[in-house]
Structures are given as structure tokens and as C-alpha cells.
Design a protein around this ligand. Structure first.
Ligand code: GAL
Length: 424
């Protein structure tokens, strides 16, 4: 009888121990990732990360919130944090990372950053956002840039647009008019604030050059924002607006890219995440589509970088979180991931071998721009100004595009006032 009781006791204790380990292991081996990568190309890239983590024994809990540019995902994040149920890692851009770090929600990754030497392999322009007061709080997974044009090669050759027609903004507009006259959509565009602003970033650079972009977007100097050069930039934005189709309003960016892929539109001005859609559709650079810098911005890389900001979580979730941060920074992962995503690696030591023509070009341009100080943060994607400034910019730029009666003078003065009001 005593022996029998002993057996039961042993059995209960072992069940208890086993379930304790299973519970703590499953908590330690899962990451919940909050992101907005829901288009075809984005989801394919995310799959690369998910697979990589699964191979390391880490389970993926998906928390995707659709909406290009991430505004909806950021709103959803606020709700998660205030409910006290934070995800493990969050896709975040630029100044948003700083804000969350300032509020004390982000984890300290200094140990692994030191172990893996992040200081010397991650470009300084990204470190400015990955670190807060000397503490690593995020792991950058890519470098995207917004001043790209994606073109349908067949339409361009049918209409007779040559590479030499695409060197200056004015000639670019002439080429776009030729496309429109031939019955195609000249510019595929999705009328959403962040997409409007993505185009306007490039127009500002193309119109005023490097110093003007720095003065207006990075330093947010209101006199420069009110200047004749900014008025000229708005004039150009109007020209762009006159070359859109009737259904542009509210269109998702990936549906917009599809118009170029399917041969309905000649061009899309969009960040290189658009390339992920071409790749997903099995299209090849130079034979099916062309990629070139927005005319007038050839020397510049107006960048944004997706980083995984790590949320301060309990000890039971920390191992998996650190394993994810390490995995994200792995050089061979950065190569595989960015080939699919359309971006370039967030490390300086990744070979370009696996990248296609546009990727190789992007990597070379990034290195050159970095040396020439023409690698500048995109305002539309949170790398030039704080979120309040970015939102002020969105408002004015979108209102202008949708209101043909607004003059460039009015728009530039509204922009100066809105940015001034948003400054701290
Ligand atoms: C950007 C982000 C890219 C891409 C794009 C559209 O802000 O950096 O990775 O996903 O939004 O959703």
C-alpha cells in the first residue's frame, strides 16, 4: 500500500515537473511579431524570417495589421501596450522607435549587440534609430529607399521612351505625357497620405537638391519651406497629379504596383518594397521591368529602415526575443530576406552576389550616397522628422494633391505653418 502511494506521488511530481518545463519552454520559444507586411511580396519576405526562426526552434505568433506605411499597425500597438499584452517584437520606423524608447517600453539589447559587434557592421545612419541613449533597442532588418521609379519595359518601348528621356524631372514628365497620349496610365499611384508623401519626398530633392532637402525635411526650416523652390516643388507635384488615372484615390500601394506589372501603367514612383511585388509575380528586372532613381535624385538615397524594436517583456520571453534579434542580424539571413523584400541589407558586410540587377544597383548607390552624405532620411517614412511633423506633412501634401484649386503658394505656406505648429 505504502509502495503504491509512493508511485502515485512520483507520478504526480513528474507530471508537474514535465508540465512546468513544457510551459516555460513554450513561452521561451515563441515570439509574437507585430508588423504590417501583408502584401504578396511583404508576406513572402516575412515567410523567410518565420522559417529561419522555426529552424531555430522558435515558434512564430503572427500579429499583422494591414496598411502600407504602418499607421494602422502603430495605432494597434498602442492598444496592445495599454492593455498590458505587448507583442515580443514590433516592426518600426525611425523616430517612432525613439519615441517608444523614450517612454521606456523597449528592451536593452546591449549584450547581444556587443557579442555580435553591431556597432561596427550596422551603418551609423541606422544606429541613430536603433539606439536610444547608448542602448540598443532595435535590430534593423533592411534599408529601403523611396526615390525609385518602377517602369513597365514593354510599354516604354512601344511608346518609344528611351533611357535618355529619364534623366531630368522635366523630361520624365514629357515621357509620361507621351505614355498618357498612347492610352496608358502614365503614373500608377495610390491616393493615400503616405503614398502621396512618398512621391513628394523625391520631388523636393529633385527640385532643390541635397541642401534644400536637408533644410526643409531634416532641419524643418520654415523659411526654406515657404520659399520659391518649395512652390516649384508643389508645381511639379501638380504636374504629377495631372497624369494619374481617375481611380487613384485610396488605392493600396500593391494594387498600384500591379498596374505596372500587368501592363496598364508605365511608371510607379514608390519605395523598393514595390520590387518585392515584381519578384513575387515572377518578373525580371531589365526584361519585364526597369528600376531607376527618380530623375533629379540620382545621387541620393532617401532611405527608411524597418527595424524590429524589442519590447520590454518578462524573463520567460526574453530568450526567444534575443534569439530573434540575433537571427535578424545574421549576414546570410539579411541576404536571403532582402532579396525577397526588394530592400538592401542593414549591414555593411553582406555580399551582393544573391541580389538581382536592381538590388546590386541599390547596394552600390547606398555605399556611394553614404560616402557623399546624400543618404538622407525619408520624411514620408519617419526618418526625417518626428511623428507629429510627419503627420503635418501628410496633411498638407495630400490636401494639395486632391484640391486642384489650391495654389503652390498656399500649399507651401500651409506646410510651413503646419510644421511650425508641430515642432516642440
Ligand atoms: C514602409 C516599410 C516597407 C513597406 C512599405 C509598405 O514603411 O518600410 O517595408 O512595407 O511601408 O507597406
Amino acid at each position: 500500500m505504502i509502495l503504491y502511494k509512493k508511485h502515485i506521488l512520483i507520478a504526480i511530481v513528474s507530471i508537474f515537473i514535465a508540465s512546468f518545463f513544457t510551459l516555460s519552454l513554450s513561452a521561451a520559444e515563441e515570439v509574437e511579431v507585430h508588423h504590417w507586411w501583408t502584401s504578396g511580396g511583404e508576406a513572402a519576405a516575412l515567410q523567410v524570417l518565420k522559417k529561419d526562426l522555426e529552424n531555430k526552434g522558435i515558434t512564430w505568433k503572427d500579429s499583422g495589421v494591414a496598411g502600407g506605411g504602418g499607421a494602422q499597425a502603430m495605432t494597434a500597438l498602442k492598444a496592445r501596450i495599454s492593455a498590458g499584452t505587448p507583442p515580443t517584437a514590433v516592426q518600426m520606423l525611425g523616430f517612432d522607435i525613439n519615441d517608444w524608447a523614450e517612454l521606456g517600453y523597449l528592451a536593452d539589447l546591449n549584450n547581444i549587440a556587443k557579442e555580435d559587434n553591431w556597432d561596427s557592421v550596422i551603418p551609423k545612419a541606422l544606429q541613430r534609430f536603433s539606439k536610444y541613449n547608448g542602448v540598443w533597442v532595435a535590430a534593423p532588418v533592411n534599408v529601403h529607399s523611396v526615390n525609385w521609379v518602377w517602369g513597365n519595359r514593354e510599354i516604354l518601348s512601344k511608346v518609344g521612351v528611351k533611357k535618355s528621356d529619364l534623366k531630368t524631372w522635366d523630361n520624365f514628365i514629357k515621357a509620361a505625357k507621351k505614355v498618357q497620349a498612347a492610352g496608358y496610365i502614365a503614373f500608377a499611384h495610390g491616393g493615400q497620405d503616405w503614398q502621396d508623401a512618398t512621391v513628394f519626398d523625391s520631388i523636393i530633392y529633385a527640385t532643390g537638391g541635397r541642401d534644400f532637402y536637408i533644410k526643409t525635411m531634416i532641419e524643418q526650416d520654415t523659411n526654406a519651406i515657404k520659399s520659391a523652390t518649395m512652390r516649384r516643388a508643389f508645381d511639379r507635384f501638380r504636374e504629377f497629379g495631372n497624369l494619374l488615372d481617375d481611380n487613384f484615390s485610396g488605392r493600396e500601394w500593391s494594387q498600384t504596383t500591379a498596374l505596372v506589372i500587368n501592363g496598364e501603367a508605365a511608371f510607379q514612383i514608390m519605395g523598393d518594397w514595390a520590387k518585392g511585388e515584381f519578384v513575387k509575380a515572377g518578373k525580371k528586372p531589365n526584361s519585364d521591368f526597369v528600376c531607376f532613381r527618380v530623375p533629379g535624385t540620382q545621387e541620393a538615397v532617401l532611405f527608411n529602415s524597418d527595424q524590429f524594436a524589442m519590447i520590454e517583456v518578462g524573463d520567460n520571453r526574453r530568450d526567444a526575443q534575443e534569439a530573434m534579434a540575433k537571427a535578424v542580424m545574421d549576414p546570410s539571413f539579411q541576404s536571403t530576406f532582402n532579396v525577397v523584400k526588394g530592400s538592401v541589407p542593414a549591414r555593411v558586410d553582406v555580399p551582393n552576389t544573391a541580389f538581382d540587377f536592381c538590388g546590386k544597383k541599390g547596394m552600390l548607390q547606398l555605399a556611394t550616397a553614404n560616402n557623399n552624405n546624400t543618404m538622407l532620411g525619408s520624411m514620408a517614412h519617419g526618418h526625417a522628422g518626428k511623428p507629429a511633423i510627419k503627420n503635418a506633412y501628410f496633411d498638407v501634401v495630400t490636401t494639395f494633391l486632391n484640391d486642384a484649386s489650391m495654389s503652390s503658394r498656399e500649399a507651401s505656406s500651409n506646410l510651413a505653418n503646419a510644421i511650425f505648429a508641430a515642432q516642440e
